[in-house]
Write a protein that binds this ligand. Structure first.
Ligand code: NDP
Length: 273
């Protein structure tokens, strides 16, 4: 048997990452001979570590917190969705030696929403947070033609900047601070802040979630996140965490690298979801 093709995820911290397990399951399922490992890499060492990885035969690299902007700078070519996101989570060595940067986060989120029959079309959608994850999900959401899209952030200027930047996609997006939210109501609230990771909730007004609305936390953990619980308390008909998004964005990376789409539902079932 030939030696396995090399893939990895770089980030800091990285020990908690579920990506090696997910890609191992995808590879088993699709009979691909590959090895996927983790490496703790900080921003200062990203360029040399990535160069070293590709020089030594690496085929594809995932980049997670805090490296998505470094990976965006490192790529020698970019897909359209990475260009919009200004962040890259998937690097692929091309036949001509160039490195293609892509962003599969938004596509992963939308796929997971579709898997759970949560519609975006015609809905009033609120995104909490204006960091890297928000950047990655806005364009794929707009493709599904929501009725309204609002971005709220603690530092208001970042929300306003994102709203302005994405206007070019043909939809009016509103940026604001948390104090400006009431008395609006939303059919879908996406938590793209990192607040859940420190068990904190953004300051959300009462009655923010419309009747029959849904909540989705991009963060995930072994227990329901604080925002998933907020959704349940506020009578969301579905309140989900981001494990499904993680698996779907990994599947999209796997497809980019191997040209085969793995069955994500089988992997979800292994994670008991
Ligand atoms: P960033 O550091 O780029 O952005 C963090 C955002 O959270 C900022 O908008 C920040 O606001 C806001 N924030 C942080 N703490 C609070 C708080 N206590 N109250 C209100 N707002 C807060 O992070 P990312 O965008 O990269 O990641 C965001 C989340 O998405 C993380 O939980 C990450 O794990 C998750 N994620 C999940 C993925 C998946 O596959 N499931 C993929 C990618 C990300 P401010 O600007 O004011 O500081």
């Amino acid at each position: 048997m030939n030696s396995p093709d090399l893939y990895a995820v770089f980030g800091q911290p990285i020990n908690h990452s579920k990506s090696p397990q997910i890609h191992r399951l995808f590879a088993e399922q699709t009979a691909q001979n590959l090895n996927y490992h983790t490496k703790e890499v900080g921003k200062d060492f990203f360029e040399s570590a990535a160069n070293n990885f590709f020089t030594k035969g690496g085929e594809g690299l995932n980049c997670t917190v805090p490296l998505k902007e470094c990976a965006y700078q490192f790529a020698t070519k970019l897909t359209q969705r990475a260009t919009f996101a200004k962040a890259v989570n998937t690097l692929s060595l091309q036949q001509d030696g160039s490195i293609l940067g892509d962003n599969t986060d938004g596509c992963g989120l939308v796929m997971d929403l579709i898997n759970h029959q949560i519609s975006l079309t015609g809905k009033r959608i609120l995104i909490l947070g204006a960091g890297g994850a928000s950047r990655g999900i806005i364009a794929p959401i707009i493709k599904h033609k929501p009725k309204q899209l609002v971005i709220v952030n603690r530092s208001i200027e970042k929300a306003l900047k994102l709203a302005t930047e994405f206007q070019s996609l043909g939809m009016s997006i509103h940026g604001c601070g948390y104090d400006d939210l009431a008395p609006q109501q939303f059919d879908l609230i996406l938590n793209a802040t990192s607040a859940s990771l420190s068990n904190q909730l953004p300051p959300l007004p009462k009655n923010l979630l419309a009747k029959n609305g849904c909540c989705y936390d991009l963060a995930y953990g072994n227990q329901p996140t604080i925002f998933v619980n907020w959704g349940i308390e506020n009578k969301a008909i579905k309140s989900l965490d981001g494990l499904g998004m993680l698996i779907e964005q990994a599947a999209e990376s796997f497809y980019i690298w191997r040209g085969i789409r793995p069955n994500t539902q089988r992997v979800m079932a292994i994670f008991n979801r």
